[in-house]
Design a protein around this ligand. Structure first.
Ligand code: KG4
Ligand code: ZN
Length: 335
């Protein structure tokens, strides 16, 4: 079966064609048209600007994708939420036109589920950490398709914290890769910067990252203009921000994994592309003798893409519909 998927929940215009045979998938096309440069000027995503770009990009990348893949498409998939409503609608309307033209059914896709399914999860229960620019949740997957939210952020998402902190420090957008790159240059610590690890020891699976961002702002404000631009300062700050986020994410996820006797620990979302996070997770699981397998997507499948939407559509293929008018965007769609 060949699935053509469209994903426009945020600032990337994504289209993929996936071939699924006996539940094994093969990527035929995976296009991500990034708007990073455009939004970098503002330090964040502007929904109406993103919508306009999606409208411009979608026909171009579709043409390219179909030129490469002559074979028949069997199913259309489209992300319907959660995400930025104007952006979601652009993808949905495009998918509807395509489905009508091709006389195909559409499977509506939940963006958070799609992020999780970028991993091939085989052993359950699975404790899943989804960390991106819009989400920070710990989700228990008892079986394929059965989800329970264990905890979530009470304010900013982990990726949002990376983005806002990078903006304060003038490191650019998106903040996650910028902070990770700045932290890599650190050889030794001289300034003794200590940031909080919000909610780390609280007896719940919730997160809070806005206090961490505020702590970064306070530290930055108390420094002289010269220090604020100093490379050593920026490296130390970047390393401490990254470590504070990693500490909280790992501590809470491993607590959930132990409490739920997880057989798999699943990372997903843009922040899961962070090399230090991946490395430290593997190390802690080994050191703490936790008997669960760590699953992480390929880096290009951590950040937004349409491959994961196609995989989620395959998992939910029973929900396919030709009643296109019923497919609506839901910015706050829950898993
Ligand atoms: O999943 P994603 O592409 O979009 C959303 O659904 O939000 O995630 C984007 C987020 C951004 O906040 C970005 O700063 C963060 O993921 N991110 C990273 C890294 N790559 C992307 N954060 C930390 N380290 C990275 N290497
Ligand atoms: Zn996402």
């Amino acid at each position: 079966m060949k699935i053509l998927a469209i994903e426009t929940s945020c600032d990337d215009t994504c289209l993929a064609i996936l071939e699924v045979k006996n539940a094994e998938w093969r990527i035929l096309t995976n296009v991500v048209s990034s708007q990073t440069k455009l939004h970098a000027e503002y330090g964040g995503v502007y929904p109406m600007l993103a919508k306009r770009e999606h409208q411009k990009n979608l026909p171009i990348i579709l043409k390219k994708a179909l030129k490469k893949n002559k074979g028949k498409i069997d199913l259309i998939a489209v992300t319907v939420g959660p995400g930025l409503e104007p952006c979601l609608w652009t993808g949905i309307n495009f998918a509807k036109d395509l489905a009508k033209d091709m006389k195909l059914a559409i499977v509506p896709v939940n963006h958070v589920e799609a992020h999780l399914l970028a991993n091939k999860i085989k052993d359950f229960p699975a404790v899943c950490l989804i960390v991106s620019g819009g989400h920070s949740q710990l989700i228990l997957m008892k079986n394929a398709g059965r989800y329970r939210v264990l905890g979530e952020t009470r304010d900013d998402a982990a990726g949002e914290c990376f983005d806002k902190a990078a903006r304060i420090l003038g490191l650019g957008y998106p903040g996650g890769p910028a902070i990770a790159a700045a932290a890599t240059g650190l050889k030794n610590k001289k300034l003794g910067i200590e940031l909080p690890r919000p909610m780390i020891y609280q007896k719940n699976y919730d997160f809070s990252f806005s206090g961490l961002k505020t702590a970064v702002l306070y530290d930055f404000k108390k420094r002289s203009p010269k220090i604020r631009k100093n490379r050593q300062y920026l490296r130390e700050m970047a390393a401490e921000i990254q470590q504070a986020i990693i500490d909280v994410l790992i501590f809470k996820t491993l607590k959930a994994a132990r409490d739920c006797r997880a057989k798999s620990i699943v990372l997903a979302g843009g922040v899961a592309a962070n090399q230090e996070l991946r490395k430290q997770f593997a190390l802690k699981i080994r050191n703490q003798k936790i008997k669960a397998e760590l699953l992480v997507p390929l880096k290009n499948l951590c950040t937004d893409n349409a491959v994961m939407a196609a995989v989620a559509a395959y998992a939910n293929r029973k929900k396919k519909t030709k009643s296109w008018q019923k497919i609506k965007a839901n910015a706050n769609l829950k898993i």
